[in-house]
Ligand binder design. Structure first.
Ligand code: SF4
Length: 453
């Protein structure tokens, strides 16, 4: 189908939130380009504005609301179509519809319908309700995500969509639906294609990559074969041996020892695991429905460190969840002290409309306490990050060069296998995308500083 009219031809897309959204925007861009639309680099020169929303955190939702407010004048002046794609709560949708700020909404399972939606609107037709009948099997494995040729080094690739866990604070199971995994052959094919056109690193994405599973039906021997996440990692490590492979996010409940053994076995699988803990208190983990205990989590960290000693570990921690008292907070502090993560992402709890905690639990930790506890864990993490960074001093690290340092254009920046940023002086014989050994001489809490070894 081609864009029929001249009114809505150019689109502009902007992301709010997580890596999954970056990957989704590339899928949406490909779908629209394949249907005769054109990508606009500036919001001022477009006919359609797509804002790819994320409702997991209140912050992303607030930025999106602010952006729509800022763009109000553009809508009136230029007759621009505004669409919201991605994760958004029912409450947010109702608000925007009431305020007449947005022309259409598209949930993650319906991106392929965006060209038709634009056509309906441009022809002043009403979209029939049956148009959005549930399609819970969509994986987009048949779509080649759009590649911005300017940044041709690292790429995100979704391997699972949705989530079957029901963490009580999380909107994902409601906005992205049940979990579905992409065909391993299409993942391998896409990685090979990306490698051929110059990409050096791939990050496999999913809300919970460890529960990846795909059943391959073998009609000739009448037997089905189950491909699990560890199998997928092994396959990729051997099929694209010169490509770095990362993945995110892992769920402590689902991470298996076989995945750890595969990471340890293959040099091109990066030695970094992002393992959100959320809280160090068993009482809070239960209220969050996280399905693991503090003890099991610590046990898993021990396994990781035994099997992959050089592995870096990062976390997500949510402070101030419903019912969190000082003892629960201290349990989180003691867990952090025990593990000493390399880095982490820390937030304070804000109820997301539509979730279990929003409907059934009391948001009873006062704002100022949430703020104090958040500051305490951020400060503690900074100390731990410094401690972990010092462990690299004097060591030689293999760095994939990703670009020129923003602070000093005489330096390159890249990352080691542990996903730590490393900065070092530029040399003419090297270019972006090369891999080079760098000796680490110094550090801050977030960056390693070195020189070519
Ligand atoms: S594992 Fe929990 S927090 Fe993560 S996406 Fe699924 S429901 Fe949300």
């Amino acid at each position: 189908m081609k864009s029929k009219n001249n009114l809505y031809k150019y689109f502009y897309i902007e992301n709010y939130g997580c890596q999954m959204n970056v990957s989704d925007s590339e899928i949406i861009t490909s779908i629209l380009l394949n249907h005769g639309f054109f990508l606009s680099e500036k919001i001022e020169t477009t006919d359609i504005v797509l804002l790819n929303a994320c409702s997991i955190r209140e912050k992303a939702e607030l930025s999106l609301t602010r952006k729509l407010e800022q763009l109000k004048f553009l809508k009136k002046k230029n007759k621009i179509l505004f669409g919201i794609t991605g994760c958004f709560s029912k409450k947010l949708k109702e608000f925007f519809l009431k305020e007449k700020k947005v022309d259409f909404f598209v949930e993650p399972d319906f991106y392929k319908k965006i060209p038709n939606i634009i056509q309906y609107i441009s022809n002043d037709k009403i979209i029939p309700p049956s148009f959005f009948s549930k399609n819970r099997k969509e994986t987009y494995e048949d779509i080649i995500p759009f590649s911005d040729n300017k940044k041709k080094i690292t790429k995100f690739l979704s391997i699972t969509r949705g989530c079957n866990n029901m963490c009580t604070f999380c909107i994902v199971p409601f906005t992205r639906g049940r979990e579905k995994s992409s065909n391993p052959y299409s993942i391998i094919k896409e990685c090979k294609r990306l490698y051929k056109i110059g990409y050096k690193e791939i990050t496999l994405l999913g809300q919970n990559v460890d529960s990846y599973q795909y059943i391959i039906k073998n009609k000739s021997i009448k037997k089905d074969m189950m491909v699990k996440f560890s199998d997928l990692l092994s396959l990729l490590a051997t099929e694209v041996p010169f490509m770095r492979i990362r993945f995110s996010t892992s769920n402590p409940h689902d991470m298996s020892e076989s995945v750890l053994n595969v990471i340890s076995k293959y040099p091109n699988i990066c030695k970094h695991i992002h393992l959100p803990v959320q809280s160090g208190s068993n009482k809070i983990l239960k209220l969050m429905n996280r399905k693991y205990s503090r003890e099991k989590y610590i046990n898993l960290i021990e396994k990781i460190r035994n099997i992959i000693p050089e592995c870096s570990i990062s976390h997500d921690i949510m402070t101030g969840f419903c019912g969190e008292n000082e003892k629960d907070h201290q349990d989180t502090i003691s867990l952090m002290n025990e593990i000493k993560y390399n880095y982490g992402y820390m937030f304070s709890y804000s109820p997301r409309p539509g979730t279990f905690s929003y409907k059934k639990l009391k948001d009873d930790v006062p704002k100022h306490i949430k703020k104090e506890r958040l500051k305490e864990i951020i400060d503690l993490q900074r100390e731990h990050s410094l401690f972990r960074m010092k462990e690299f001093i004097g060591k030689t690290q293999e760095i994939l060069i990703e670009g020129i340092s923003k602070r000093n254009n005489k330096n390159w920046y890249g990352r080691n296998t542990q996903n730590i940023i490393v900065v070092f002086p530029k040399k003419n014989f090297l270019s972006i995308g090369d891999t080079i050994n760098v000796k680490i001489l110094n550090n801050t809490s977030a960056t390693l500083i070195g020189e070519i070894d």
